[in-house]
Design a protein around this ligand. Sequence first.
Ligand code: F0G
Length: 451
Amino acid sequence: MNENLHTLRCFGCGARIAGREASPDFRCAQCGDLFEVEYAGWGQRQGHNRPNPGALKWLWRERRCSSEALDQSGVWRFRELLPILDNFGNAISLHEGNTPLYKLKRAAKALGIDQLFAKHQGMNPTGSFKDTGMTAALSVARERGFEWVACASTGNTSAAMAAYAARAGLRSLVLIPEGKIAWGKLSQAMDYGAVTCQLKSDFDGCVRVLTQIVKESPIYLLNSVNPYRLEGQKTPAFEIAEAFDWTVPDHLIVPGGNLANSSALGKGFKELHELGLVARMPRISVIQAKGANPLSRSFAENNGERMEPVEAHTRATAIRIGNPASWRKAARTIKDTGGWCLDVSEAEIAVAKAELGTEGLGCEPASAVTLAGLKKLRAEGKVVANETVVLLLTGHTLKDADYTINFHRGTLLADDEIAGHRPDIAILQRNAVVVDATPSAVLATLDGFSG
Ligand code: F0G
C-alpha cells in the first residue's frame, strides 16, 4: 500500500524537496525558511490526484460508525487529505480529534452575536490540540525508523509527544523552560516516560539548544517547524466544516504562541476550498498575550511584514514565546483570510477564562485569549451581530489548576493589572470557603448568592 503523495515546499523561496530530504531542523537549505506539505494536483480543477468531494464527505461520516482504530481517530478519519505515510498502518493514534463544538449562549448574548461556538481541542487524549499534530508527525518518525524524538516546549507539545512516543515504543527527549510551565504538563511528560530536561532558559532558549542537538544526533524534531505536525493540526478545520454541514463559519479565532496552529487551520480550510468541499474560507484571527505579542506588534507597526522578537512574559505560560518560528505562515493566513492579530492583557485573559468557566467550559489561560480577543474585535466593529464565530480552545482547564485557583483566591493579578476590571472580577470570583461541618453553617454560605 503506498498512500504517500506529498512533497515539501519551502514557504520562503518555493523550493521543492522530497519528504525524506528535509534537514534535521526542517529549514530550507536555500533560504532557511520553513516547509509546508504539498500534494500535487490538488490546486488544479482537473488534477488526476484530486479527491472527489461528495465521496469524501460521505466516507468521512461513515467512518464515525466504524470500529477500525484508524477510523476512530478524528485525524486519520480524514486520511485522504493527509497522505503523508507510506502505509497508514504505521499511524500511531490515541483516538485524538472528534472534539466537541459547544455553543456559547451567555457570551454570545453579552456580546450581541447571534452564533458563537467553542471548538474544544482541550478534549483530546492528553488535553490539548497538540495531539492532532503529534499523531501525524510521530507516525512519520516511526515510519522513517527513528528511535528518539524530541521537542522544546511550553508544556503541551511535550505532554503530547511523550504520550505518542510511549504508544509507538520510541524514546523521547523534552526540553522545557525551568519553572515556567504548568505542573500538569510537566507531570504528563514524566508519566509517559520522557527524558525531561528543565533548562535554565525560556522557551526560545530551549529551541536554540534543541536545534543544535538534532543537527548532531539522529533525533527526530517534533516542534511545529516539523511540517507533518501541521497536517494533523489542520484536521479541526475539517471537523468544523463538517459540523456546519460544509458551510464554514464567518470567523475563527485562534490563540498565537509559536504561531503554527493558526496557519495549520488556514491550510485545512484552504485545501477544503481548493478541492471544492467548501465554497469559501473563514476569516482567521490570531490573539496573543500582551506580554508575548511579537506578531500583534508587527501587524500594528508594519502590517505583518517584519517581526522583532520580544522578551516574553505572561501567566498564560503555553504562549510565553518571544520569537515564534512560524510567524510568517501565521501572517499570511491572517492576511489571506482578512483576519486580524491583536493582543490582550493579563486581566482580560483571566476574566475571559472565568467567563468561559461560567458556561461550564474550562480551558487553559492561553485558550481564553480567544474570547478576550473577540470582545475587542466586537467593540471595534470588526465582528458584527449576524456573524458565526468559532473560538478555538486549545488546552484543558486541569493543565493549569494553579492559575484558576489563584484567580478565585484573588492572588493571581497585581493591583495595577486589575484596574478597570475590578467589578467583572468581583462577580466572577468564587473562592472556596472553610465552614463548620453543620447544615446551618453550609446553608448560611448561600445567603450572599440568593436572588
Ligand atoms: N494554546 C496552547 C494551550 C498551547 O499549548 C499553545 C502552544 C498555543 C495555544 C499556541 O499555539 O504555538 O501553534 O501558536 N504551545 C506550544 C507547546 C508552544 O510547546 O506546547 P501555536
